[in-house]
Structure formats: C-alpha cells, structure tokens
Write a protein that binds this ligand. Structure first.
Ligand code: SDX
Length: 393
C-alpha cells in the first residue's frame, strides 16, 4: 500500500517472484531442478539435457535432445570481427570482465535479439546461439591469457569435449581427455546450472524485466557473479587455501580471523543465505575432488588443508551457532585446478555452468509477463533545503 514500505536489505525475507524451475530446502539441504533431485541428475544426466530441462521444463526426448545439441553445435563459431575489440584487452585483464563484455557485445552481431517480442522460435535461436558461443568465448579468454592462438570447435566433438579441446588443445593438435576429466566437468557444470533467486539470477531477471535483450541480461548476471561473496568465491577459496598453506597450514589461525568482528576476513566457501545445512552440491563436489585427483594421480596439498579447515570449522561453536557449512565454492576450485585451469578462470567456469539457469529464469520472467523490477526505499535523507549560491557557501 502507498506509504507502507517493508525494509528488507538483501531481500533476505522477500519472495521476488513465483518460479517453477529450482527448489531449495535450506534446512534439509535439498536441491531439485524442475522436481528432479540434483544427485540423480549429476549421476545420470548430461549438461545439455539439464540445460534443456531448466529452460523448457521437461526432460527432452531423444529426437528433441539431438536437435537441441545440433542447433547448439551449429552456433559454436564466434564472429571473427569480435576479435577486433577483444584484442584490445590487456592480457592480464580479469576473465570475468572480458566475458561480460564479449557476451554483451553479441547483440551487436545478432540485432534480432533486440526485439522484446520475439516468437518462440526466434527466442529459441537466440538461446541456442548463446549456449553455443559461450564455451568458444571462454576458450578465447583462456588462450589470450597464454598468448596462444585460439582453437576452433570441431563438428565431431560433443559440447564438453569441444570446450575442453578449445581450452587445452592446440592448433592441429587435439587433446584427448581421460573420461574422469570429462565426467568431472559434466558433474560440475550440472551442479552449477541453477540455484533459484541468487544474486546473479535476480540480476538477470531484473535487467530482463526492462525488456533488455538476453545478451545484455546475461552480461549483467556475469558481472553480479564476479563478486567474491558470490561466484567469485571459488577463486577466493583457492587463494585463501594457498595463503594458509604458505602460512604454515595453521587453519585455526584463519578460523579465529574469520570470527574476529574487527577483521573483514571471512572463510571463503563457507556459509550460505539459504542453506543452513550442508550444500548438497558441496557434498558431491568433495567426493568428486577425491576421485578425480586420485584418478589423475594429482597430490594437491590444498585439498588436505581444505579438509582440515572444514573439520575444524564444523566443530567450532561460532560456525555451529551460525549454521555455516561448506558451500558449492569450497571444493570446486580444487577440481578445476587439477584439470589445469588457473584460479582466475574458476568463476568463468561457474558462469558457463550457470548459463542455462540464467536463461531459463529470464525466459520464465518474460513468459509470465512480470512487471519491471522497481523496489521502493525508506528515505532517511535531508527533508527540505533552500539552494545557496556558490559565493555564499
Ligand atoms: C554462492 O545465493 C546462492 O544461491 C549463491 C550460490 C549459487 O549457487 O548461486 O549458492 C553461489 O554464491 C555461494 C556463496 C559463496 N560465497 C562465499 O563463500 C563467501 C563467504 N560467505 C559469506 O560471505 C556469506 O556466508 C554469504 C554471502 C554466502 C551469505 O551471507 P548472508 O546470508 O548475508 O549472511 P550474513 O553475512 O548475514 O552472515 C550471518 C552471520 C554473520 O555473523 P553475525 O553478524 O550474525 O555475528 O554469519 C557470519 C556473519 O559474520 N558469517 C561468516 C561467514 N558467512 C557468514 N563468518 C565467517 N565466515 C563466513 N564465510
């Protein structure tokens, strides 16, 4: 009602929308996409099948999935003219800044996306275009950081194989991957695919609510995800674990820092706005980390530090009282590192996984003809003041 505003910083107690896409039970640590348990999808599904499920609401038939796959593969090449402004990025510029810029720029090459009243088919083409181009754009960013030439997508490779070959392969020298590596990427991308109204998804929905195009809305979501309190935490976790390792491995010292109210340091990868129990994704990723490192024969000292830190935190009254558990970002970086990615690429990998969720949420908001997002405020500023000329101030 007019004049009656409920203040709710961070929207901790605000339901922004009605959604049928992802269900979370924070107390029980339950996560489902369109009613399917994440544990089952991580075990049995593929990333593009989960992408279709999140966006269109149903598990696809064989024929529909094959068409979705081939429509996406047909879009994996990125317009060569995009290299012109991409070349302007300094080689050390953060991958997330490059990603948001390149994704936002797609509307310049696909102006049909600017039409807020696209038909279902036109919208489908915009969607498969973005899902097809994202892995290629990510691989451009990786190759730029190394000063290496880009590797092009191949017709005979699947979505994840193509992505990994564009990242780690070389011109005329394909990289063959161990099944454990490809399966780890499949699980990680599925686990990151959606998470109801988190910060970046809320950003995608509110930008899209002004009838901004899909590429602009996703670019905004990428920027929101970049923050270390959100998707940027997976990079911050590895940096924190490295600091602990270099500082003699004293996890208790860092737990105490995290509890000190005068110290802005927080235990990265711990805590969650909704989960007040184990993040179900963290459980699966922790198990996968052990399996992948074992399979690859990788001994990573920060994994042992992560386990020691987790054990100490779960027994610490401060963390118990606040129901702080490891979240999706706590172990994911350890797998990405074992697969050969550097830590600045971790949040880009989160964005690659989250893309179908962002698209599905954007589509749901548009299909439901939701109003433009425009919250109110409680005004606490000056009431009424007269202008004072400069000479009299
Ligand atoms: C993701 O929302 C999503 O779904 C996000 C995500 C997704 O899939 O989209 O799950 C992905 O972003 C996971 C979260 C990644 N971020 C981090 O790991 C950064 C560290 N975590 C925290 O900054 C924090 O836990 C948040 C941001 C995740 C949640 O913050 P809230 O819900 O706003 O909680 P809060 O800051 O109000 O904290 C409540 C209390 C405070 O203590 P008191 O003032 O009550 O004494 O818990 C403390 C906080 O100081 N606290 C922590 C802590 N997290 C919360 N203390 C130390 N270390 C931490 N990590």
């Amino acid at each position: 009602q007019s004049g009656y505003i409920t203040l709710d910083p961070g929207f901790k107690n605000t339901g922004a929308t009605k959604s049928a896409i992802t269900f979370l039970d924070g107390e029980k640590g339950v996560l489902k996409y369109r009613g399917y348990k994440i544990e089952e999808l991580a075990e049995k599904s593929t990333f593009l099948e989960v992408a279709y499920l999140l966006i269109y609401g149903e598990l696809p038939t064989q024929a529909v999935l094959e068409k979705f796959r081939s429509d996406i593969k047909a879009q994996m090449l990125v317009h060569e003219d995009m290299k012109n402004f991409f070349a302007g990025f300094p080689s050390k510029s953060h991958p997330m800044g490059q990603l948001s810029c390149l994704v936002g720029a797609l509307s310049a090459f696909y102006p049909e996306s600017l039409n807020p009243n696209q038909t279902e088919e036109e919208e489908y083409q915009t969607i498969v275009n973005l899902i097809g181009k994202m892995p290629t754009i990510v691989s451009w960013i990786q190759k730029k950081s190394l000063g290496h030439p880009v590797v092009y997508p191949k017709k005979d490779l699947g979505y994840i194989d193509n992505f990994m070959n564009m990242i780690f392969g070389e011109v005329n020298c394909d990289k063959i991957f161990d099944d454990a590596v490809l399966d780890a990427m499949r699980v990680l991308l599925i686990l990151h695919a959606d998470h109801e109204q988190n910060c970046s998804t809320s950003t995608v929905r509110i930008v899209g609510s002004s009838n901004a195009n899909l590429y602009a809305s996703i670019s905004a979501g990428i920027n929101a995800l970049w923050g270390p309190l959100h998707g940027g935490a997976n990079q911050a976790v590895i940096e924190m674990l490295e600091d602990i390792k270099n500082d003699g491995g004293d996890v208790q010292k860092y737990l105490d820092k995290a509890k000190d109210k005068n110290d802005p340091f927080r235990l990265m990868g711990f805590g969650h706005r909704v989960y007040k129990n184990f993040d179900p994704r963290a459980k699966i990723i922790k198990k996968a980390a052990d399996e992948v490192l074992e399979k690859l024969g990788v001994k990573d000292p920060v994994l042992d530090i992560a386990k020691g830190l987790e054990k100490a935190a779960l027994e610490d009254q401060y963390f118990i009282d606040r129901k702080l558990y490891p979240n999706v970002d706590f172990y994911s970086g350890i797998i990405y590192r074992a697969l050969g990615f550097n830590s600045e690429m971790f949040t880009v990998l989160f964005a690659l996984g989250r893309l179908p969720g962002w698209i599905g949420q954007w589509k749901e908001m548009r299909d439901n003809k939701e109003p433009i997002g425009r919250p109110r405020q409680v005004y606490i500023g000056e009431t009424d003041r007269e202008y004072v000329d400069l000479k009299n101030r």
